[in-house]
Design a protein around this ligand. Structure first.
Ligand code: UDX
Ligand code: ADP
Length: 463
């Protein structure tokens, strides 16, 4: 079976970049990305490719090349589904905020709506690929909906988890460590796997494309993220011990990272991990384990999140403690709001939680992030529902210039490791601040010795 038309439901951080690369690498395949969010689709279609809604280095150039040729963005979900041989489901699966599994299980309502829509619209056989992060056995649920509500057409369900990291999505997609495709072991299932494999084989060496059963594929995605998050929580746990004992966490990380069995990646101590995947996926793992009565397994993984919450809280507490136990009415500048550099995504960013704790102490927060708007900063705080949006707006303001954000501040907190923060004129910033001027480096980004020479009181994580 040869795929000629692909539809992707969901034009977000996963669907958008993934489809842009497929379109670029497979010019003979028509790729249509559909979404119910009209504003988002309008931005993807903006004449100026720099206005696309997702910031990823290198992405706008690729969209510019493929859009209108074989890459299309549309709000007509029905038409997209109807015309496609292969459909990626790439809608969001946030953690449930209500009912059973609240705060832990994935909310599958968007997935279910998609499955029902596909069943209603489809008039010919199709391959359905789950691309969103989903708890194990979601494919089974999708299959049951499709088979029981469809028009008698055949569906093959594949799991093809996305391993791209935001900020490096283009590079990760062009040169993936592996592509994982889970499907049925039946001949029809294997045929569907082959069809998707042939799409990726346009640019990915076949030996890097792994075939598994559907459930292994789904669980591998959760496990990969749980392992990565665990490494961050492990080094963050050690960072606190380093602060107490005089060891330097960066030196420890370097020393253990040179052990080839451990490896050097994901050993950077920080104010805590964020992003839409780590916490959500671990919570899923915890929820699934609990639902099978595996309490020790659930507790083991939950500890990774407990440690991460502790790290964020500890960072905020340390600011308060160091500023003579009061930050009331003090201006604290946040450099960075995104959950990591080179993305405009703020989901679960540590900055949100640190800001929330400091606002509880009546601090005035001044945010500068090169890619995040004031609207987004306030929406993130409002989402926590700790206080109403009018209160949040009284305490938190965004600036489009780092110097303005830092002007008159008592302290600066580095929340995102944007490269440009290293290039700032730190002498100028120091002159404009209240004294003593503090820098709390939540990313171990800056040259502490240089800042101390200027006159700053400088504190980094884990040293
Ligand atoms: C992650 C996985 O890496 C990716 O494979 C999966 O598809 C989605 O989830 P992402 O969340 O985009 O990707 O970013 P990632 O680079 O993994 O970083 C997650 C968080 O951990 C960030 O907040 C980052 O700043 C933090 N982190 C990462 C650290 O604090 N220290 C590190 O050493 C590495
Ligand atoms: P991710 O990081 O997983 O890509 P996003 O939230 O960035 O998550 O993107 C998911 C997209 O899916 C959103 O733009 C949302 O509007 C879209 N979406 C959710 N449900 C549907 C649906 N039933 N039909 C079409 N699009 C949907």
């Amino acid at each position: 079976m040869k795929i000629t038309k692909i539809c992707c439901i969901g034009a977000g951080y996963v669907g958008g970049p993934t489809m842009a690369i497929i379109a670029q690498k497979c010019p003979e395949i028509t790729v249509t990305v559909v979404d119910i969010n009209e504003e988002r689709i309008a931005k993807w279609n903006d004449k100026d490719v720099n206005n696309i809604p997702i910031y990823e280095p290198g992405l706008s150039e690729i969209v510019g090349e493929a859009r209108g040729r074989n890459l299309f963005f549309s709000t007509d979900v029905d038409k997209g589904i109807d015309e496609a041989d292969l459909i990626f489901i790439s809608v969001n699966t946030p953690t449930k905020t209500y009912g059973a599994g609240k705060g832990m299980a994935a909310d599958l309502k968007y997935i279910e709506l998609c499955a029902r829509q596909i069943a209603r619209v489809s008039k010919n056989d199709k391959i359905i690929v789950e691309k969103s992060t989903l708890p194990v056995r979601t494919a089974e649920a999708i299959k049951s909906i499709l088979d029981n509500t469809g028009n008698g057409v055949q569906f093959q369900i594949l799991s093809n988890p996305e391993f791209l990291a935001e900020g490096t999505a283009v590079e990760d997609l062009l040169n993936p460590d592996r592509v994982l495709i889970g499907g049925d072991t039946t001949p029809e299932g294997q045929k569907a796997i082959q069809a998707l494999e042939d799409v990726y084989a346009h640019w990915v060496p076949r030996e890097r494309i792994l075939r598994t059963n559907v459930w292994s594929s789904e669980l591998s995605k959760l496990t990969a993220n749980a392992y990565l998050a665990q490494r961050v929580s492990s080094i963050n746990a050690l960072s606190e011990l380093c602060e107490k004992t005089g060891a330097d966490v960066n030196e420890v990380a370097r020393a253990i990272g040179m052990d080839s069995r451990i490896g050097s990646k994901f050993l950077k101590a920080s104010v805590g991990f964020g992003g839409s995947c780590f916490q959500k996926d671990i919570l899923n793992l915890v929820y699934i384990s609990k639902s099978f009565g595996l309490n020790e397994v659930a507790d083991y993984w939950e500890q990774v999140i407990i440690m991460n919450d502790h790290q964020k809280r500890r960072f905020a507490n340390n600011i308060v403690k160091t500023l003579y136990n009061t930050v009331s009415d003090k201006k604290i500048a946040f450099l960075g709001w995104a959950f990591k550099k080179d993305t405009n995504d703020t989901r679960e960013s540590a900055a949100i939680y640190v800001a929330n704790d400091l606002v509880n102490e009546n601090a005035k927060i001044a945010v500068y992030d090169p890619k995040v708007s004031q609207k987004q900063v306030l929406a993130d705080l409002d989402y926590l529902e700790t206080r109403n949006s009018i209160e949040n707006a009284k305490f938190v303001t965004s600036f489009s210039d780092a110097y303005e954000a830092c002007n008159n501040a008592h302290a600066i907190a580095i929340l995102t490791e944007w490269d440009e923060f290293k290039q700032l004129d730190w002498n100028k910033i120091y002159d404009q601040m209240q004294k003593p001027a503090f820098v709390f480096d939540g990313r171990n980004l800056l040259d502490g010795d240089k800042l101390k020479k200027i006159g700053f009181v400088y504190q980094a994580i884990g040293s």
